[in-house]
Design a binder for this molecule. Sequence first.
Ligand SMILES: O=C(CO)[C@H](O)[C@H](O)COP(=O)(O)O
Length: 112
Amino acid sequence: MKVGIAVKPKTPIDVIYPLADKIDLCLVMTVEPGFGGQKFMHDCMPKVKELRKKFPKLDIEVDGGLALDTIEEAAKAGANVIVAGSSIFSSDNPNEVISYFREKVNTELDGC
Ligand SMILES: O=C(CO)[C@H](O)[C@H](O)COP(=O)(O)O
């Protein structure tokens, strides 16, 4: 079994610290939960950075507004699990979008 915790944009990231050694993944929401097509919230990135620094092995997921123009910022912050809807389903070439996301994330992971 794998365990994950999701954190909404306004929730401070330190709420998960007491549970960090019990979880496999932390989802840092980069939009308010509810529906697709919202704008990526850049101000959630410090939470991802902090988490990555503190827990190098943790899977860190981001969800909301991930697209060709936001993936690099999320990957550089330390996200390694990407949830995307609009940018994939609105693309003429979803495979290319996914490959691009993969490349950006893997490039940052290789640098660790
Ligand atoms: O449902 C969501 C939020 O609750 C997700 O953000 C959504 O599924 C991802 O979609 P998009 O890539 O369009 O932001």
